[in-house]
Design a protein around this ligand. Structure first.
Ligand code: GTQ
Ligand code: FE2
Length: 374
């Protein structure tokens, strides 16, 4: 007859065993399950009115030559290991004073800009200069040389979106500095707008086989007019309102291989229903005021604020005044890899149960005054 196993002894034996496995830098898989299940990205919102004075302070005390880019990162407090808005994306604010140039460089990460305030600044991408007005959406495809400059009278601020955390995760974050501050210009200013700005008329003599849109600047005036025309006829998606994607005019695909970008018009009083999808999304309020419910919490937003909806988190929007939300997400990556999925909330008539209101998290003492990465 076999004796009953002693549970205490069994646990002891297992603990000893796990130690032995660890000594050869191994892990028992059944012990690690669950450790990586939860995304560290938390829903979060950054107020422009908090960042704006700090940006101007940076412009005053940090010479542009000292910073590769004079940029403040909107850091998701759920992600302790780095400074980023979501697991894959950065959402930063960049400030350039009149007369300044941010020197030319290129990187494996893709970048985008949404102009927030000021006029007279340009970005030059692989030798083509594009002047940027508030609300414009501008692409900097990966591995293109780019420098920025402000030729106007006003200090200029814009939102940068980048896929640096994704590219870092893949350990392919290549980066090069151009020997001169500016990369030589090789095309007329705003050429891509002239060639591709109509959206549906394709110049037949140009071959363009890149993974990104050939159009560098999607002018806000054009986007807004299109949204208003559509909104005269339809409320659009029950989840996103009158939402359009900034596409590659040659393929209909995303603006860049790794980042899809959208503009959504929510007419005054619009309330969308909740859905969730794979892929983290950063929203930037181009204009308007309203609130979003993200993961059961109310996030109040106003013009120029930025917020993040983590992957697989329910979200719905409500506009108090007519609002235009810009958003960008890593969904093209997920779609390509067969990882994309989406789901509509069925309960409570399609709206989330409210469990609270967003409040900025207190900043731990050690986080103030010292530059520290964990
Ligand atoms: O403007 O080239 O916010 O390379 C972060 C990295 C902006 C830029 C950022 C960059 C840039
Ligand atoms: Fe850059």
């Amino acid at each position: 007859m076999k004796a009953e196993p002693d549970p205490d002894k069994q646990i002891q034996a297992m603990d000893l065993f796990y130690e032995q496995v660890k000594r050869v830098h191994g892990r028992a898989l059944w012990q690690t399950q669950g450790a990586s299940k939860k995304s560290p990205t938390i829903p979060y919102l950054w107020k422009y009115k908090d960042f704006r004075p700090l940006l101007f302070k940076a412009a005053e005390i940090v010479p542009i030559e000292l910073a590769e880019r004079r940029v403040l990162v909107m850091a998701n407090p759920g992600i302790l290991t780095d400074w980023q808005a979501s697991n894959t994306l950065l959402a930063n604010l960049q400030i350039i004073k009149p007369g300044e140039v941010a020197r030319s460089h290129r990187h494996a990460a893709c970048a985008l800009r949404v102009m927030v305030e000021g006029r007279g600044a340009y970005t030059a991408v692989d030798g083509e200069k594009s002047y940027m007005d508030p609300g414009d959406f501008v692409t900097t495809p990966n591995w293109t040389w780019h420098d920025h400059g402000n030729e106007g009278e006003e200090t200029v601020i814009w939102l940068d979106g980048l896929d640096i955390p994704l590219v870092q995760g893949l350990e392919t974050n290549f980066f090069e500095i151009y020997p001169d501050a500016k990369y030589p210009l090789s095309s007329p200013d705003d050429l891509s707008q002239r060639l591709y700005g109509s959206g549906s008329l394709r110049p037949t003599w140009i071959k363009h086989n890149a993974l990104h849109s050939p159009l560098l600047n999607y002018k806000f005036a054009q986007t807004y007019a299109a949204l208003k025309t559509i909104a005269e006829q339809t409320d659009g998606s029950p989840y996103d309102g009158v939402c359009v994607e900034y596409t590659n005019p040659l393929t209909g695909g995303p603006a860049m291989a790794t980042i899809a970008c959208f503009a959504s018009l929510l007419c005054s009083g619009t309330r969308t229903k909740a859905h969730r999808h794979a892929g983290g999304t950063v929203y930037h309020v181009i204009q308007g005021t309203g609130r979003s419910v993200i993961g059961g919490k109310i996030f109040e937003w106003e013009e120029k604020d930025t917020f993040v909806v983590p992957s697989w988190t329910y979200h719905e929007h409500q506009a108090q005044a007519e609002s235009v939300l810009f958003s960008f997400s890593d969904s093209p990556v997920l779609q390509r890899l067969g990882l994309y999925r989406e789901e509509v909330l069925e309960e409570h008539g399609g709206y989330q149960k409210i469990e609270g209101t967003f409040k900025p998290l207190p900043v731990p003492e050690r986080g103030v005054g010292v530059q520290q990465k964990t």
